[in-house]
Design a protein around this ligand. Sequence first.
Ligand SMILES: NC(=O)C1=CN([C@@H]2O[C@H](COP(=O)(O)OP(=O)(O)OC[C@H]3O[C@@H](n4cnc5c(N)ncnc54)[C@H](OP(=O)(O)O)[C@@H]3O)[C@@H](O)[C@H]2O)C=CC1
Ligand SMILES: O=C(O)[C@@H]1CCC=N1
Length: 277
Amino acid sequence: MSEQTLAFIGGGNMAASLIGGLVADGRDAQAIWVADPDRRKLDALHERFGVNTAPDNIQVAQDAAIIVLAVKPQQLRSVVTQLKNVATLSQPLWLTIAAGIGTPDVEAWLGGPAPIVRAMPNTPALVQAGATALFANPHTSPNQRQTAESVLRAVGLTLWLNDENLMEVVTALSGGGPAYFFLVMEAMEKAAIDLGLESNTARLLTLETAFGAAKMALKSEEGCASLRQRVTSPGGTTERAIAALEEANIRKAFARALQAARDRARELAQELGSKHA
Ligand SMILES: NC(=O)C1=CN([C@@H]2O[C@H](COP(=O)(O)OP(=O)(O)OC[C@H]3O[C@@H](n4cnc5c(N)ncnc54)[C@H](OP(=O)(O)O)[C@@H]3O)[C@@H](O)[C@H]2O)C=CC1
Ligand SMILES: O=C(O)[C@@H]1CCC=N1
């Protein structure tokens, strides 16, 4: 394996999204390795993206420059403990994407100081439209920060956080955010079908409208509130729709949703962190 080999430990949803985005960005699939206990998942990743695969975490991680920890938070501790001796041989950069679990926990499981970048990506990485926040622990060199950033920048926007505690808020906002938008799109599509539109028409109009609104907001200097008002003609139809949404307390629902996700990230750290023996 060459020096810039990326080893993914865990070949599930988020690993597939990151790998798909990286390969689409031109990264050599031969320099990407994936380990997962499920042979069918590995075969599917190989078929889809041409990456190398093996069921053995140590085999996949041992010569890698960057080890991406892409397992569920509940599996992170045992995986890191299993791989900690790899670090003494090849001194890789650890890149963890697990929700809730902080770099001090990963460092404690590794048994000593190590360069660790904690990232919170999201699944649109698959189509290079991801949004990722990154945090580097103090043992990460400027070069290693750049290396981690270049991996995530290949699949979308990257931002650095100075305060690791804010990663829980990012997890609630952009980590899980695609699911909230998918839910809104699901609901809009269903409502339009119930009102008589043919399903394919409802789907296409919903998706293009979501895409157009996001693209317009990204390109515009105006905030979302102002763009919303431009659609909302006084005495018109949108005004009635927005009034119905406000009446259903949509703002409060989103505030509660993000808070619940942020709190769950904190709970995961409590339940699974290194202080919890
Ligand atoms: N999904 C998302 O949108 C996002 C997820 N994340 C984070 O990414 C991480 C992965 O999430 P996601 O991809 O959704 O989860 P998945 O469950 O889809 O992927 C995790 C994979 O790791 C496998 N696995 C289990 N145990 C081991 C082991 N010991 N060694 C190697 N692989 C193992 C799992 O197999 P099996 O299923 O058989 O257990 C599964 O295939 C999580 O920590 C999550 O918090 C971060 C941002 C967004
Ligand atoms: O739901 C989760 O826990 C993960 C983290 C952010 C998105 N998916």
